[in-house]
Design a protein around this ligand. Structure first.
Ligand code: N01
Length: 533
């Protein structure tokens, strides 16, 4: 027999998924609260306030589909920056009336499942305690920064920050000797800013990023007002796509068209900018090595045109691909390849000269020492699983997710883990998570979770738990999805391969629309794989 809890549900995290879920549950009469360690809503847009941080998905794809939010909101740019995104989240909280249910600036310290009572006992960092029937972590896929263990790092005398721990007050690069370690999406964005301001910028690259042209542009109020009648259709389309975008993937093979036709198509996608060249490319780009190579070669030649020095061309856009195109996340760039023509920008190839140690005023590689005043660690995240595993969440018998997932993440439908009753996470492993545009996945998952909790309420039930054998079935399903693709061929965070010792597995579900169908089928079957009580 379950006891009464203080609230029906606690949402952890005020990014897209947490806010969407909070709104849905509130509207459906649940007594729900949200906590977030950040002082403002916006999830990663609170923590990742490094210079140049902006989203790689365009608007209106990267926003809530709720008309109450978009009706009176106008963006200034196609790919908004973090400051504007933060204003947007405040606006969304206001129009959706979420503020009264939110507690910001306070982390969840622990959540322990009380097996007798059938609910979670939660303690917050400010000492508050509460009990909740359901625990709903919405902590995103990039909640745990990864900082490699570089000898001497703690002795660096100047500012040294991971991009996701950037000081809210910012750092002025003007006239400084700035070093950036890492050339993923974060590194590219900081580099573009630092190249304009720093006296010297040194970029330490281990693997070249295969970045695509963003084609940023300003948006006017008039054009957005004219486009808004079409928004509902765009939002419908994004739910029906594999990546949560409205950009359709071509249904042809890159190999079955003539060379002229293929080049014309590549040119069109390239000119469209953003993720068109990635998401909207030929059907077999991410599964067939030969098709992939054609896409890589076109990318390489385009990039090389912008770099003056042939040696740098080879470093930044090598003749032979460092990994198949598109199976490690491409990022979007505006000036990234141009900055290497500037005299104040240097590239250090860590494959030629690995870092030996960090010194108080510089970085020593096997080839020598370079002096720096500021160190930027754009070294990524223990993505998808790290954020959940670092939290003190204890299920049955005190088990933590860190124990449950020691050999790799195992879930039911990418939502739940056996031994952790009444807990559903959004954006977790084996869900679309890092493979899908954030708001698209947040809404698909938020709707499903809301329906699930409503189903329980209508049935007069209190709880649920994933059956242990469901993990194997979902894991096998994930393996089958990964097998025909080229994703396992890159050492990417998609595969958990960026973190030393992390089990290698496809962490994200590759299709939002198929995922939604699978989850709907489970719901239609009475939430198959869950024991309801
Ligand atoms: O992290 P990353 P990120 N020594 O893991 C290098 C989202 N995001 O923060 O490739 C030297 O991609 C590492 O090298 P290598 C987006 O989904 C979105 O940039 O492993 N270098 C790599 O170059 C993105 O994919 C946006 O060889 C080391 C870099 O650090 C995800 O977050 C903006 C190293 C890490 O790149 C993560 O992006 C930013 C070491 N020991 C992020 N360890 C937008 O939407 C790691 N590296 C705009």
């Amino acid at each position: 027999m379950s006891g009464a809890s203080d609230i029906d549900a606690l949402v952890i995290g005020a990014g897209f998924s947490g806010l969407y879920l909070l709104g849905k549950l509130r509207e459906n009469g649940f007594n729900v609260r949200l906590v977030d360690a950040a002082a403002e809503p916006g999830g990663i847009w609170y923590w990742n306030c490094y210079p140049g941080a902006r989203v790689d998905s365009h608007v209106p794809i990267y926003e809530f589909s709720d008309e109450r939010v978009w009706r009176d909101w106008t963006w200034s740019e196609r790919f908004p920056g973090w400051r504007e995104l933060r204003r947007y989240f405040r606006h969304a909280c206001h129009v959706l009336d979420l503020w009264p249910a939110m507690k910001l600036g306070v982390a969840m310290r622990s959540a322990v499942f009380d097996e007798d009572a059938g609910f979670w006992r939660v303690e917050l960092a400010d000492g508050d305690r509460l009990t909740t029937r359901h625990l709903l972590p919405c902590t995103g896929f990039a909640a745990k920064a990864y900082i490699p263990s570089l000898p001497g790092l703690d002795r660096f005398a100047g500012p040294a920050h991971h991009t996701a721990h950037w000081p809210q007050e910012g750092i002025d690069f003007t006239g400084k000797r700035v070093a950036i370690i890492g050339t993923g999406a974060s590194g590219v964005q900081v580099a573009q800013e630092a190249a304009r301001e720093a006296a010297q910028l040194t970029i330490y690259q281990r693997t070249p990023i295969l970045a695509l042209p963003m084609r940023q542009r300003s948006l006017t109020e008039v054009e957005q007002a004219q486009a808004k009648p079409g928004y509902p259709e765009i939002f419908r389309q994004r739910r029906l796509s594999s990546g949560g975008f409205e950009i359709p993937r071509l249904d042809q093979s890159a190999l079955e068209v003539s060379s002229d036709e293929r080049t014309a198509t590549f040119e069109r996608l390239w000119a469209a900018g953003g993720f068109h060249y990635w998401v909207g490319n030929y059907a077999d780009i991410l599964v067939d090595e030969r098709a992939n190579r054609l896409a890589y070669d076109f990318w390489r030649d385009k990039v090389r045109e912008r770099i003056a020095d042939p040696a740098l061309q080879e470093k930044l856009a090598p003749s032979e691909p460092p990994h198949p195109f598109g199976v490690k996340r491409p990022s979007l760039e505006q000036t990234y390849y141009d900055i290497f023509n500037q005299p104040n920008v240097k590239l250090v190839d860590l494959r030629d000269e690995p870092i030996v140690e960090i010194l108080p005023h510089g970085v020593a590689t096997s080839a020598g020492v370079r002096q720096h005043d500021v160190l930027v660690l754009a070294t990524g995240f223990d993505a998808v699983t790290g954020g959940l595993m670092q939290m003190d969440i204890r299920g049955r018998h005190g088990t933590t997710l860190a124990i449950a997932w020691k050999e790799g993440a195992r879930t039911h439908l990418g939502y739940a883990v056996s031994g952790f009753p009444n807990m559903l996470f959004l954006y977790g492993p084996q869900s679309p998570s890092g493979f899908a545009n954030g708001p698209s996945a947040a809404e698909v998952q938020g709707d499903w979770v809301t329906s699930f909790l409503m189903h329980l309420r209508h049935a007069g039930l209190d709880g649920f738990e994933a059956e242990p054998d469901t993990h194997d079935a979902w894991g096998r399903h994930m393996d089958e999805l990964a097998a025909p693709t080229l994703f396992p061929r890159a050492d990417s965070w998609y595969m958990g391969a960026n973190i030393p010792g992390k089990p290698r597995q496809l962490l994200n579900y590759p299709s939002l629309v198929i995922y939604a169908e699978m989850c709907e089928a489970a719901a239609a079957g009475g939430y198959t794989g869950f024991r309801l009580s």
